[in-house]
Write a protein that binds this ligand. Structure first.
Ligand SMILES: NC(=O)C1=CN([C@@H]2O[C@H](COP(=O)(O)OP(=O)(O)OC[C@H]3O[C@@H](n4cnc5c(N)ncnc54)[C@H](O)[C@@H]3O)[C@@H](O)[C@H]2O)C=CC1
Ligand SMILES: O=C(O)[C@@H]1CCC=N1
Length: 280
């Protein structure tokens, strides 16, 4: 992966920031000396410094001053206070920088509005997911009109260090991204939990049931990736007429499994929209 000739600063050094910092360093996109992070937790800062050898501070404005690209990686609930402090303390100094926000449900307009002393701010809103922690993330991104094509490339380079990136021209689609891939790992974990429980109910011990389920999910994913066949075609190949898979799929259909999944994802999308309106 190409090296980024930029310094990157993180406000909030929690799980997602850790995943992104780890990805940037592992992929060689940035050197540790060019990464800064601020957090209110001294323990987090000590952990990040020891683990990655990056610059750490308790002062959010010091990170702004030390970076070309600022990643906002705090929880949505504290974003308001973080942004108003930044705006008062170092807002005008943000105007030449690229801001990437990964907070769920906070619209670009809100970020721009709260950092009003940096008019024309270039903001990328991104929605990553937790497999970023192992370099296998899926991230949707939207760039506001102030983001130059060079900065779009920089944002992509930073986000691609932890996995795949798809860019959207319409910010509203990030609600769908949040519902499908942002929250998506949780649906897969839930499905795995249910498969393991089913195995246990049928007499398998937990360790074996988990190992079998995990390898099955991994194998199915690899099959979908490596063969040019649709999930439907691959499903049909497992399903022998009058056989065991058919018996299981009949129950899934009768219990409206596809509708349940679709309704659940629609609920996540709706919630993402509600959160966005809440933070406008
Ligand atoms: N967990 C997930 O699956 C996903 C999370 N996100 C978003 O990523 C963002 C970060 O989430 P996580 O890393 O999971 O949260 P986290 O709670 O692990 O990290 C947030 C960090 O911000 C720090 N912090 C709190 N107040 C601060 C302040 N005033 N100044 C500086 N740092 C402060 C906290 O000490 C904490 O270390 C959230 O906005 C979330 O919506 C996005 C996609 C997926
Ligand atoms: O549950 C949430 O709201 C966040 C956004 C996507 C994953 N976690």
């Amino acid at each position: 992966m190409a090296k980024l000739d930029k310094t990157v600063g993180f406000i909030g050094g929690g799980n997602m920031a850790e995943a992104m910092i780890g990805g940037l360093l592992a992929a060689g996109v940035c050197e540790a000396s060019r990464v800064h992070a601020a957090d209110v937790s001294r323990d987090r800062l000590a952990y990040l410094k020891t683990t990655f050898g990056i610059h750490t501070t308790g002062d959010n404005c010091a990170v702004v001053d030390g970076c070309d690209v600022l990643v906002l990686a705090v929880k949505p609930q504290v974003m308001g206070s973080v942004l108003s402090t930044l705006d008062a303390g170092c807002g005008p100094r943000l105007s030449k920088k690229l801001v990437i926000t990964i907070a769920a449900g906070i619209p670009v307009q809100t970020i721009e509005g709260m950092l009003a002393s940096a008019p024309g701010l270039a903001v990328v809103r991104a929605m990553p997911n937790t497999p970023a922690l192992v370099g296998c993330g899926m991230c949707g991104m939207y760039a506001n009109p102030h983001v130059t094509s060079a900065d779009r490339g920089h944002a992509r380079a930073i986000l691609e260090a932890t996995g795949r990136v798809i860019e959207f021209e319409t910010e509203a689609l990030l609600d769908a991204v949040t519902a499908v891939s942002g929250s998506g790992p949780a649906y897969v974990f839930y499905f795995v939990e249910a498969m393991v429980k089913a195995g246990e109910n049928l007499g398998l011990d937990t360790k074996d049931a988990f190992a079998m389920t995990l390898q099955t999910v991994k194998g199915a994913v690899t099959l979908m990736e490596e063969r040019g066949e649709s999930p439907k075609e691959l499903r049909q190949k497992v399903t022998s007429p009058g056989g065991t898979t058919e018996a299981a799929l009949r129950v899934l259909r009768e219990k409206e499994f596809p509708e349940i999944v679709m309704t659940a994802i629609e609920a996540a999308c709706q919630r993402a929209g509600e959160l966005s309106r809440q933070y406008v």
